[in-house]
Design a protein around this ligand. Structure first.
Ligand code: NDP
Length: 254
């Protein structure tokens, strides 16, 4: 068993990495999807397989640590596990199959980074909830942090999945290429799917109220704000008639 002090030292290093990475990601454009042709990032893999390989790791690592550890599996803890897995079941098995991907590919370097991220995230959260976490008694279900957090989690998940579906529907009927999305939160922002994902993990962090889950929310923000800004700049460059009042990722703000 890893001593708690070692665990938290590693976790602070992990969170520090997210803080260091954020300004770097603001400067580079991660090359997959619409940004894939920017420059050569080495060998590539089919984008569906890439998504599956990246995401399956967090399911395995989190689940093994969670179920093998001695920490009490109370109802709140099981809800944290179930909500996390609900998201990743969609992201690993459903989302890649729904992509209308035009044969797109993704650099292996992104897949390897994704595996590293998911391995670490699965480790910190799986080890925390499986081995170390204090007893979340059933009274936690009535705590305002849990109630507000779970509402945010499901609202974010709904926004994320619905927005992804709207993007997929732009290529209905075998259409190829990119189109301006309209309706729902696209009225206000270019990337409601990324906005939804940020809300989702902030909600999960709030409902479970611990440092490992906050580290995941921090990493999500560090990853997705730069990507959303890249998407927004790309839309404005690509479409002359792109709605000018639309923000990138936070309605009316950013
Ligand atoms: P995008 O919005 O770039 O793409 C989502 C899908 O929609 C892709 O299949 C894309 O095709 C297609 N698409 C996007 N815009 C258009 C358009 N204007 N016209 C036609 N088709 C379009 O999302 P990301 O790739 O940035 O992210 C995908 C999902 O993964 C999101 O739900 C996001 O929240 C999540 N994610 C989570 C991360 C985390 O750290 N938790 C990190 C990164 C992503 P194509 O592939 O051809 O561009």
């Amino acid at each position: 068993m890893i001593p708690e002090t070692t665990f938290f030292t590693l976790l602070y290093v992990w969170m520090g990495l997210a803080v260091i990475l954020f300004p770097i990601l603001l400067k580079i454009t991660v090359p997959y999807g619409r940004h894939s042709s920017n420059r050569n990032w080495g060998p590539t893999v089919n984008i569906r397989l890439g998504w599956f390989l990246m995401e399956i790791f967090v399911i395995v690592v989190f689940s093994v640590l969670f179920f093998r550890g001695p920490a009490p599996k109370t109802i709140p803890v099981l809800i944290f596990y179930a909500t996390f897995m609900l998201h990743y079941f969609n992201r690993t098995f459903i989302f890649p199959l729904q992509m209308k991907n035009n044969g797109n590919r993704m650099p292996w370097v992104i897949v390897i980074f994704g595996i590293f991220f998911n391995f670490a995230n699965g480790f910190f959260n799986g080890y925390w909830f499986g081995w170390l976490s204090a007893d979340y008694s059933e009274s936690w279900l009535r705590d305002p942090r849990f109630i507000i957090g779970i509402i945010l989690f499901f609202s974010g998940m709904m926004i994320n999945i619905y927005s992804d579906q709207k993007l997929f529907s732009l290529r209905k009927g075998g259409k190829r290429g990119y189109f301006i999305p309209y309706g729902f939160l696209f009225k206000y922002i270019s990337s409601p799917n990324l906005f939804g994902e940020i809300i989702e993990w902030l909600g999960w962090a709030m409902m479970s109220w611990c440092l490992p889950s906050f580290s995941f929310a921090l990493w999500t923000i560090a990853n997705l704000i730069p990507r959303a800004l890249d998407h927004h700049r790309w839309y404005k460059k690509r479409f002359e008639d792109y709605p000018t009042e639309r923000k990138a990722v936070i309605p009316f703000i950013l």
